[in-house]
Design a binder for this molecule. Structure first.
Ligand code: NI
Length: 245
């Protein structure tokens, strides 16, 4: 159930049986020639909703405005400063706790959110917060690997594009996406994990079409359906273990 689709009476009733909530966290940034600006927010939201259905959870409004400074030279990207994002997360936590939510499960879909989310969680050690990204789970990763191997890359990945194709919009093929991107080494991916990228102009110059080692054109809606199934199942299980069910 989506929090926004519930009445206050329904939320009050829910709180009598559960104190848990799933909060999707995404981004609003370029995702290459055939990836939607809302890719991360859509992935987090759809997986959270499907997982919540399986786990009987409620889903908070998606936090779609987050830090993505390195993509600011691509049209459409909106980036919050890390400080503002941390304050936003903290006040969302305060608001939910005010109503009696006690177990807050952040489902993340954007690398650059991880450090600030972990910092908020660490600053509030007394609050039960779990932060997971949808690609943290083994059943999801084996699919990513099976479908795309090293072409999964790190940004505008075929797996995230496939999820949005299955659930939201299929963008027609584009010549810029047909050419394979530069294949990045495992060392590069490791060194830049959590979206540790350079300043906007440098980032666009280095990755002119917006893909970072990811061959987005390999995405298929049928892959997206399977990825969604695997991710929502894993998240539902992980959420239930977080709640001690
Ligand atoms: Ni993304």
């Amino acid at each position: 159930m989506k929090l926004q689709m519930a009445t206050w009476l329904e939320v009050e009733e829910y709180l009598k049986t559960s104190r848990g909530i799933i909060i999707p966290v995404g981004s609003t940034e370029q995702h290459g020639p055939i990836g939607l600006i809302g890719t991360d927010a859509f992935c987090a939201e759809k997986i959270a909703e499907d997982a919540a259905e399986q786990a009987g959870a409620i889903v908070a409004p998606t936090l779609a405005l987050t830090p993505a400074p390195f993509n600011m030279d691509f049209p459409g990207t909106i980036s919050l400063s890390e400080g503002l994002f941390k304050s936003l997360v903290s006040e969302v936590v305060d608001g939910l706790m005010h109503h009696g939510f006690e177990q807050l499960y952040f489902l993340n879909a954007h690398g650059a959110n991880l450090a600030p989310l972990s910092e908020v969680a660490a600053d509030r050690a007394e609050t039960k917060i779990r932060v997971r990204s949808w690609w943290d789970f083994e059943n999801v990763n084996s699919l990513r690997n099976e479908y795309y191997g090293r072409w999964e890359g790190m940004h505008a990945t075929p797996s995230e594009v496939a999820i949005t194709q299955a659930a939201f919009r299929l963008v027609p093929p584009h010549p810029l996406a047909e050419t394979p991107p530069e294949l990045l080494s495992a060392e590069y991916l490791q060194a830049h994990s959590g979206d540790r990228h350079g300043p906007p102009a440098e980032h666009r110059e280095r990755f002119p079409d917006g893909r970072v080692g990811a061959h987005s054109a390999m995405a298929k809606p049928s892959h997206g359906e399977q990825l969604l199934k695997a991710a929502s199942k894993a998240v539902a299980r992980d959420y239930q273990s977080f709640l001690g069910i």
